[in-house]
Design a protein around this ligand. Structure first.
Ligand code: DOR
Length: 452
């Protein structure tokens, strides 16, 4: 068994940061309190750096199969490794859409050849595939597009939604934008004149109505439910304390960009749900701090620059972020806006618990050795040409950040070091155990808890 020792790092535990040595072997964390001289095949000097659990991004679109001119599982997972992301959960709006176990298995097969970090794939809901959803196994959960976005997955009939929530057992997550509101806004506005209209068409009301509808379904059917990419302050009271089986997340672009940025960035920040106001950004940030939102994800959704430069509304919605999300958050920590333990909670521990990812998300003895070493003093500028993502652009191009991942470790093997991918063979298919009760599970059962 090959052993890796990370020496003298500031280790970010859920409730404290302690300088010490972490010994890994057999893919696991063997000892979080190892001796400085523990025998190991490889030693990493962590002096002056922080060791965090590897990031788990629970919402990404990696485009394979079918849309590989935008991204594929090799380029996307290289971007993950560069960004300190050690596990990803990928959405079903590929081509074909992943709506059966057989199509999911095809993705797992491709990933087993190409992925550099650990992988899991959601099954997509349609109005007709409830039997496939019932049969699906070893997936993080079911994804429903209650509002349409890239691809053709849309379930907005009440009957179909009732059936999915009533008859399936896997956790459900949803893209919540109300289709009829979006269509009505679109008709009212007519021919859009600029990308600013995107946030008028996919407006606050569209987000509110769909989130309310989905939460109502989850509450009535007592079904585990995760609200993806909350974009408005108005949705927060719908989520707050609603039921202990409901969780929710924010994506970085929904608290780091506002409609004021359209003039500067145009269609590069055209997203579904749309970017909202500065006030929404502030409230989302506050909701993360209050545990109303538990997860930070990216919704990494690459399109080529050529596609994005088409005039709105021909331009597709989506932006890439997976390789910059941790650095963006480390920079926030450096600015005093959050702590490293909060980052580890939002980006590792919370998604691991929500999706039943056994042995992931924390630095603890017996947990998987998925780790990222970060240098909080390192200053680097995000540059399009240096991106690992196939689309080779970032909406944060030209932005200097302080705090970067320097070494990413998957299953005890270094996969990324000092700007380079150094190992492409460490990734594993993720396992999901949904019997554990999810984020709010406690030893007494399920109940809201701030325990992280
Ligand atoms: O803007 C978006 N783009 N939002 C989504 O939900 C899907 C994504 C994509 O796949 O392009």
């Amino acid at each position: 068994m090959s052993r890796l020792l990370i020496r003298n790092a500031s280790i970010v535990f859920p409730d404290r940061i302690v300088t010490g040595n972490v010994l890994c072997g057999g893919g696991k964390i063997l000892d979080v309190d190892a001796s400085l001289t523990a025998s190991a095949d490889e030693v990493i000097d962590g002096q002056g750096k922080f060791l965090l659990p590897g990031v788990i991004d629970d919402q990404v679109h990696f485009r394979e199969p079918g849309l590989t001119h935008k991204e594929d599982l090799a380029t996307a997972s290289a971007a993950c490794a560069a960004g300190g992301v050690t596990s990803f959960l990928e959405m079903p709006n590929t081509k074909p859409s992943a709506t059966t176990q057989a199509l999911i298995e095809d993705k797992y097969q491709i990933a087993s050849q190409k992925a550099i970090v650990n992988y899991g794939f959601y099954i997509g809901a349609t109005a007709e595939n409830v039997d496939d959803l019932k049969r699906a196994s070893n997936v993080p959960g079911i994804k429903i597009f209650i509002g349409s976005s890239t691809g053709d997955l849309l379930v907005d009939s009440q009957d179909a939604l009732e059936r999915i929530f009533a008859e399936t057992a896997l956790p459900i997550c949803a893209h919540c934008e109300d289709e009829s509101t979006v269509r009505a806004n679109s008709e009212r506005i007519g021919t859009p004149t600029s990308v600013h209209d995107h946030s008028r068409i996919r407006d606050h009301q569209a987000a509110y109505i769909a989130t309310k509808r989905a939460i109502d379904l989850a509450v009535r059917h007592k079904h585990r439910f995760h609200v993806l990419h909350v974009s408005t302050a108005g949705e927060l009271p719908l989520i707050d304390n609603q039921a202990p089986w409901i969780t929710a997340e924010a994506c970085l672009h929904h608290f780091l960009f506002s409609i004021d940025d359209y003039d500067r960035l145009g269609t590069l920040i055209q997203m579904n749900p749309s970017i909202k106001t500065k006030e929404d950004c502030q409230q989302i940030w506050l909701a993360l701090h209050k545990d109303i939102l538990q997860v930070i994800a990216t919704d990494h959704a690459p399109h080529t620059m050529e596609e994005k430069q088409k005039a709105y509304p021909q331009s597709p919605s989506g932006l890439p972020a997976v390789e910059n999300s941790l650095a963006l958050m480390l920079d926030q920590a450096n600015q005093g806006h959050c702590s490293l333990t909060q980052i580890a909670h939002w980006m590792s521990d919370a998604p691991a618990r929500i999706w039943g990812m056994v042995g992931k998300g924390r630095i603890e003895n017996g947990y998987d050795a998925d780790l990222v070493l970060v240098d909080l003093n390192l200053r680097q500028t995000i540059q399009n040409e240096k991106q690992f993502t196939k689309c080779k652009w970032s909406p944060w191009h030209g932005v200097e950040l302080q705090g970067w991942p320097t070494t990413t470790i998957v299953g005890g093997s270094v996969v990324f070091r000092d700007g380079m991918i150094v190992n492409t063979k460490a990734a594993q298919r993720l396992k999901f155990d949904h019997s554990r009760g999810g984020y709010w599970a406690t030893s007494e059962g399920i109940g809201p808890s701030t325990n992280s």
